[in-house]
Design a protein around this ligand. Structure first.
Ligand SMILES: [Ca+2]
Length: 517
């Protein structure tokens, strides 16, 4: 009897021992919260999961969503099963499913819960613009996340060292932009004696993306792929007469050989920048970061190479702009009816949205996983350890700026571009809808694929000299006749008016119910 007991004690000790080996982290206490996660290394039961629980006094169950292809299916399965339904769900897209969850009563209105949180971290961060897409009839069922952006992620860039070498100034007008592009193409700016550089280039990840042509299109006021206000009517940018003029400029530039041609066939812009093939381009602001892979590779090839961000190029009528990001979010979290302590869940979420937790998520524990040098965190662990610790798991969920000193040049670039992008938004030359275009504009929905295909075929054809500019007029004719363009404009303009009125209503609700005083 006695020996049997000893054996079982030994067994228990062995089990506890192995459990401790598996979970080097301390045991979790507090309320249980399950949450689905999409970002990060997708490691369940990680150090980070336990550490987060310790900090927020909660026992977390991280449910990792699979890749982009399967995430919706897994999400649907979890939501359908009342036992497996997570307390907090991360999602993006899924408009139809979201509607079904709301109607089936699976989601919780977080308005009264957010108002009762101790520090109101979320409410302090949410502007009416950020929250508007979540609002319906006095309720909020989805919480926008990943909202750290400053309003614009892109910029025009020029090779400053090439400008210096050829004795040129940074271009400000479209005329100067073309002159610089010409010099970069024809005057051997890299000094290798070979005709191997282009004035202007852009990215093509499998299809033509007109955003990369923004310096020319925006100089004429509009984005071919975005809605904008035109003489009191909301139109798609491809159909306004100014866009025809932009196409003529691009056609002439292409004919002169100033545009790097793989922008129409497929390429990797990072490689082109790194190899010094193009002298100007429109792309992500992250190219300007000293740690950027492409910039570093460029510097390794040409030590005095320098990328300079430019204010947007001004067109003949003085118009210019940068691409404004939509003000809402691309992803959300919802609180489901699964947990018995809903206020507790929202309290924990609210305490998750702090710079400290953001720092823990990105870098781990100070002194153990990173050190601070000149106000900047520096990892002291390898990439693989970062993953095995589960760092980054709360990506696209927790928000708040990292409490670190940022490069003044980068901060200025962000502010400058936010300003020039916001100008484009204020002048209503780019309109992002919060209400669903899909639900409100049936005619647009009916033809959008055909319109887009025809536009791409005609625009690429004209720029590359395969088609005459008169093909643009045929495109417009098709837009208004075959694709019922007038009806599209009517529906989209009505949507814009409806949205403006609803936003005013929401702002009154926000000021009364949600604004942190
Ligand atoms: Ca050359």
């Amino acid at each position: 009897m006695k020996s049997k007991k000893i054996v079982s004690l030994v067994l228990v000790a062995a089990l506890v021992g192995s459990a401790l080996v598996g979970f080097a982290a301390p045991r979790q206490k507090g309320m249980k919260i399950s949450i689905t996660l999409m970002a990060g290394p997708k490691r369940p039961n990680s150090w980070f999961q336990a550490e987060l629980g310790k900090k927020l006094n909660a026992k977390f169950d991280f449910i990792m969503l699979p890749g982009w292809e399967e995430k919706n299916m897994k999400t649907n399965l979890l939501m359908q099963d009342k036992d497996k339904r997570p307390d907090v769900l991360w999602f993006n897209g899924m408009a139809k499913e979201y509607r079904q969850w709301v109607e089936a009563g699976l989601l919780v209105d977080v308005v009264p819960l957010l108002k009762k949180t101790k520090n109101k971290n979320m409410l302090k961060k949410f502007t009416p613009e950020i929250l508007f897409a979540s609002y319906e009839n006095g309720k909020i069922y989805k919480i926008p996340t990943d909202i750290g952006g400053k309003g614009c992620c892109m910029s025009t860039f020029v090779r400053k060292d090439w400008l210096d070498k050829l004795g040129l100034k940074p271009p400000t007008t479209l005329e100067e932009f073309i002159d610089v592009a010409r010099a970069f193409t024809k005057n051997d700016p890299d000094g290798n004696g070979k005709d191997d550089t282009y004035g202007f280039g852009g990215q093509n990840s499998g299809s033509v993306d007109w955003r990369f042509f923004s310096p020319v299109f925006y100089a004429f006021g509009y984005d071919p792929d975005q809605f904008g206000m035109y003489n009191g009517t909301v139109k798609i940018g491809a159909t306004v007469p100014e866009t025809r003029k932009a196409l003529e400029v691009l056609r002439d530039m292409y004919k002169e050989g100033l545009i790097e041609p793989t922008v129409f066939t497929g390429n990797d812009i990072g490689q082109m920048v790194a190899k010094g093939r193009i002298g100007m381009f429109y792309s992500w602001q992250s190219f300007y970061e000293p740690d950027d892979t492409s910039y570093k590779a460029l510097k390794a090839n040409v030590p005095d190479a320098e990328l300079l961000p430019l204010d947007p190029i001004k067109g003949p009528q003085g118009l210019s702009g940068d691409y404004p990001e939509p003000l809402g979010s691309w992803c959300y979290i919802v609180v489901t009816n699964h947990n018995k302590n809903l206020q507790g869940v929202v309290n924990v979420l609210d305490e998750m949205m702090t710079p400290e937790i953001k720092m823990l998520n990105e870098y781990g524990e100070h002194g153990k996983h990173y050190v601070m040098e000149n106000g900047k965190p520096k990892r002291t662990i390898a990439e693989e350890e970062k993953n095995s610790l589960g760092l980054g798991s709360l990506g696209w969920i927790c928000f708040g700026d990292l409490p670190v000193t940022r490069d003044a040049k980068l901060v200025k670039l962000e502010e400058d571009r936010a300003r020039t992008a916001n100008q484009m938004r204020m002048e209503e030359r780019i309109i992002h809808f919060n209400l669903s275009v899909r639900e409100n504009c049936p005619t647009w929905l009916k033809y959008v694929t055909e319109i887009s295909d025809l536009k791409n075929e005609v625009f690429v054809g004209i720029i590359t000299g395969q088609k005459q500019i008169s093909e643009y007029d045929r495109f417009i004719e098709a837009y208004y006749n075959k694709f019922e363009g007038k009806q599209i404009e009517k529906e989209v303009t009505e949507l814009y008016k409806k949205e403006k009125a609803l936003f005013e209503e929401f702002k009154r609700f926000y000021d009364k119910e949600l604004k942190v005083k």
